[in-house]
Structure formats: C-alpha cells, structure tokens
Design a protein around this ligand. Sequence first.
Ligand code: FAD
Ligand code: SF4
Length: 494
Amino acid sequence: MTFNQDSLKNDRSQDWRVELRNIIKNKDRLKLQRVRMNEVDAEKRVQSYVEVNSGLTAEQAVNEAQRCLDCANPTCISGCPVEINIPAFIKNIERKDFLEAAKTLKLTSSLPAVCGRVCPQEKQCEANCFYTIKMKTEPVAIGFLERFAADYERESNQISVPATATANGIKVACIGSGPASLTCAGELAKLGYSVTVFEALHEIGGVLKYGIPEFRLPNKIVDVEIDVLKQMGVQFETNFIVGKTATINDLREEGYVAFFAGSGAGLPRFMEIPGENYIGILSSNEYLTRVNLMNAASPYTDTPVICGLNVAVIGGGNTAMDSVRTAKRLGAKRAMIVYRRSMDEMPARIEEIHHAQEEGIEFLTLTNPIEYFSDEKGCLKQMRVQKMGLGEPDASGRRRPVEIEGSEYLIDVDTVIVSVGVSPNPIIPNSLPNLKMTRWKTIEVNEETLQSSIPDIFAGGDIVRGGATVILAMGDGRKAAASMNNYIQNIKTK
Ligand code: FAD
Ligand code: SF4
C-alpha cells in the first residue's frame, strides 16, 4: 500500500501535516486488510429466501473497526446524508461497546439495520473515507460495521429507544411510510410533536417492504426499526390514501398543522414497444409487490404470480437485480438481465450484480428488446432484441446506447419483467391543484428547506428526486423535519 503525499499537500481544505502525523501514528492499522462479508453459498441460497449476507462476527467487527484512523477531519461523515458520527460509532465497536455504537447510530439514523444492508456505501460514506481518497485502497467497511452494531442490539434484545422531548400536542402528518417519512416522523417525535404516518398500503415501510426482497432485507428487520418509532409515540394509519381516503384539507380541519409528503415514485414505466400488453409481461413494481406483500409466489394464493421458466428482466438497476434474482428463486431455468448499455454503465450496486452472477443470472448487455410475440392465446412466447453499441455520453454522463442495424434476433421467453424506471406517485399532486410540480412530475421544493409552494407542505425522497436511494430519502426526511419545526415555531410566534 502506498500513500500519496502530493494528494495530501494539494488538499487545501485541511491541514495535511495533521493527516501525515495521523498516518505515521497509525501505520500498524494501515496494514490491516478489509474484512469480507460472510455469505450463504449461492447454490443453497437460490433454493429459498434466506438472507444472502449473514453479517460479521464480533471478532471480525472489532478487527475491522481497528482499521479506522479516527481522522481529525473525518471526511466519511460528509458522505453520509444523515451525518452519522462514523468514527464515534466505529471506535465504540473497537472498544467492544456494541450497544453504545448502536446508540450513536440512532442519534441521526432511524433505520441503521436497513442502511447497513442496502445503502450504496461505496458511493456515499466509504467513497469519502480517508483510505479511498488518500490511500487509494479499500475503505473501512462502514456499512458492514453499521449493520453489525444494529444487529447486535436487536439480537441481544437490548434495543434502545431514542429520547423524546415532552409532548407539545402539536399534530403533524407524514404521508407515505417509506424511509423518507419514517425518518421525518422519528425526528419530529424526538422534538415532542404528535406524529401520524398515513400509508396507502396495508404494510408500513414503502419500498423497504414492497420492493426489496427478503433475501436482501428481511421484513422483520424493518419491523423492529418501525417498532422503535412506535415506542417513540409515532402513530401509523394503514390503508389510508391521502388525497382519496381524506384530503389534506380534511386533515388540516382535524388539527394537523404541517405535512411531509414522502409518497415515493411507485408508478412503473414501460417501453411502449409492440406486444408489451401480452400475458406474461409485467412491471417490476407489480411483480415484486405481489411476491413480497401478497404471497403471490404460493400456488395456493387467489392471485398467483406467473413463475416463468424463461424470464427476461429489462433494465440494469437494483430493481432489475431484485426481480431477476426473485425469478430465479421462483424456479426460472433461464433468468436473464437484458440491458441496453454495458456492465460498466449498470446502475445497480456492485454487490448485487456480483451476487446475481454467482446465482447463475445471465447478463445480455448491449441488448434492447424491440418487439414481443405471443401464442394464439395471447401468452408471451418470444421477444425480438437488437444489439447496441455505445456512443457519446448523454445527460446522465453514461455513454449513450446506439442501435446496430441488422443485429436483431429472437429469444424464447414466457415472462418479461420491465424494470426501466419509475415515475413519481401522482395521487398527492393530483389532489392539490396549486402544488407546483417540475417538468418531471416531481414536487418542486426549496432545496434548503424542502418546503413546497404550499407553505405547510414539505416533501422529500423519491417524490422530489424521482427514483433515488434509501439514504437520500432519509437525509431529506431529516432535513424536512428541521424545517417543519422552524415553520411551526414561526407560525406559533406570529
Ligand atoms: P417509498 O419507499 O417509495 O415509500 C413511499 C410510500 O408512500 C409507499 O409505501 C406508498 O404506498 C405511499 N404512498 C404513496 N402515495 C400515498 C398517498 N397518497 N397516501 C398515503 N401513502 C402514499 N435504494 C437503495 O439505497 N439501495 C437499494 O438497494 C435499493 N434497492 C431498491 C430495490 C427496489 C426493488 C426498488 C423499487 C427501489 C430500491 N431502492 C434502493 C430505492 C429506494 O428504495 C427508494 O429510493 C426509497 O425507498 C425512496 O423512499 P421514499 O420514502 O421516498 O418512498
Ligand atoms: Fe477516517 Fe475512514 Fe475512519 Fe472516517 S471511516 S474516520 S474517513 S478512516
């Protein structure tokens, strides 16, 4: 391992001499190798919904914690949208005070066991770790350690509930129960507000429950974190569609003084190519929701989902990986990702791509479906695909896929799961004609305060960003809670 002294000198934002001293002081720590996550063997895990990653042992966690240099300027924190005090929780693990580590996490994150599993740490905190930036080597495994501390607390039945201020009796509402709203609700409860979360579905958790499958994020983990919010006094109303069951005006009349819209981006997109309405073609959203929340993989259910033998999932994001790996577990002989760009442009987490490859998923990259064909009963039987090349980068910075003339061919498929993106959920915007929207149909907010064009309505997560990530949604929930508190305190003093 080499360290780049020039990169330290060039960094004017910090005193490089302090960092240099840190390196010299910690030279033994720098020699330690990053821990590897324990996993269930691929052949075994595709037979069931068992969680793929099985966590670190206490010994592994303490060893990994020893790699953290407790930097004077901990750049990792700036990479975390909820600003967890990362060195503090890691040093608690190093001291074997695992419960204190969990408490440190909960000071700013209401879902540490979730984030430790699904956050793209490689693009967030770990991308900003001293090891990544200055040593050009593997970062401290911050996500694995976060998961370890949260799991230790839960598995040892010593869950701490964050302190809440004396109840102030002021009613606030969070719409939707995904990570954005759950975080906002937790932060407002800490400040003493009377918080109710309204959820359209019969289950609380948003995508954490209906989207991400058990083999990545078991529902019981999400439930335990929701239970902590309940113990903090947060109320939950399920099967309640704000804008239909009751309007925001109805809720205002019931005494709610401020609202957080965290209604997500759950509206699936399709490619609008010929044959896309044949039996056997469905969106990832429908497929995963039915399997995860409605037990539709069971043949004894009223509305079973199609368990295809030749399944193609169109797309390359986390949702596509979850769908194709679910199809494999439901018995697909051939489970394929069909993606129009190359592996390098694939937006799914590297870990998920790697796990999918281990599980025998085929990757048809630089390939795009252009037409579907059915049998006489309207059931899907084939799709025509076209090979693609890569052109100049587009607005997303990724190289644009370009069609290769005359490269079309047919693939036998009985199920296609379309996973090419989502649009914001339209129910809240449709019920509020004065709410300003962007041209992407997301709610327009002030970036600093997350306040919408209607002063008592704040918004965050996917309804503002389009399909993004759990931790960005949580960061928004936290920011919005602080702004809602300011807003309420201001109207109280007027
Ligand atoms: P959501 O989680 O979508 O929750 C919104 C909730 O609002 C839903 O429960 C919905 O039913 C409810 N709702 C909508 N309208 C109303 C209404 N009018 N009244 C009441 N309730 C309403 N991100 C990662 O960081 N890592 C991953 O590994 C990852 N994997 C993913 C896998 C899948 C399959 C999917 C679909 C997404 C994944 N994401 C991942 C993205 C991440 O889950 C989302 O960015 C995040 O959940 C957004 O949170 P949110 O709170 O804004 O909305
Ligand atoms: Fe420094 Fe990395 Fe430890 Fe953060 S996690 S304090 S950046 S070594």
